[in-house]
Ligand binder design. Structure first.
Ligand code: ADE
Length: 230
């Protein structure tokens, strides 16, 4: 069973539409749609915004649905000047950028008492995603890079520069690393696929509503192709 998580309706609604016979189960305020896409067993869910919602959701996918892979789809702000609006970032790895225990001597992003704070994506999922994006013919660029996640919408140069300088992030969003974290502690392969909706700077207010839907639509096209290829 493949688990697919999006934070917002725009990020998963179209996938749910592909599953008219889905069995819907509500847990922790989230509706889990269990069914088939391209004959593959999938469970699709909107987790809501932010790291806590995303982690709760991933744990439910692990416990109740015994998923063998988790994919997080959605939009993100670009932190890399080479990565434009509507381009796609596939996670090489992911970090929780708002984890900060520097007061006790840890580097930013390091989670004390854990053996790992940089959550690596599954290499097979990366390869299949790259192939699927090529096949989806979207005329957008694809990057494999670092996703940084925190409970903040990044919309200013100073914070953006900080995330680049501290973490070498390629895009910023609010769920991916916590999904990767929850998947890691449950030994489940994970991948984040994000379409860029804004530049995570002052222009985000203008970019975001315009591109959010287009970017989300592209991620969904990719996901359908990816499910076919898995
Ligand atoms: N999702 C889309 N754009 C984002 C941004 N700039 N910061 C955080 N999450 C986002």
């Amino acid at each position: 069973m493949l688990g697919i998580i999006g934070a917002m309706d725009s990020e998963v609604q179209e996938l749910k539409n592909e599953m008219p016979d889905a069995k819907i189960t509500s847990v922790a305020g989230m509706d889990f749609y269990e069914g088939h896409i391209h004959d593959k067993d999938v469970v699709v869910v909107k987790c809501g915004i932010g790291k806590v919602n995303a982690a709760i959701c991933t744990q439910i996918l692990a416990d109740r649905y015994k998923v063998d892979s988790v994919i997080n789809t959605g939009v993100a702000g670009s932190l890399n000047s080479d990565i434009d609006i509507c381009d796609i970032v596939i996670s090489k790895d992911a970090i929780e950028h708002d984890m900060d225990v520097t007061a006790l001597g840890y580097e930013r992003g390091v989670i004390p008492d854990m053996d790992n704070s940089v959550f690596h994506s599954d290499s097979r999922l990366i390869d299949v995603a790259v192939k699927s994006i090529e096949e989806a013919n979207l005329s957008v660029k694809v990057f494999t890079g670092r996703v940084v996640s925190g409970d903040q919408f990044i919309a200013g140069k100073e914070k953006k520069d900080d995330l680049v300088n501290t973490f070498a992030g390629d895009c910023a969003e609010m769920e991916g690393a916590s999904i990767a974290h929850a998947a890691y502690v449950n030994n489940i392969p994970c991948l984040i696929i994000r379409a860029i909706s804004d530049k995570a700077d002052g222009s985000a207010e203008m970019d975001y509503p315009t591109f959010e839907k287009k970017a989300a639509a592209n991620s969904i096209k990719i996901l359908k192709q990816l499910i076919k290829n898995l």
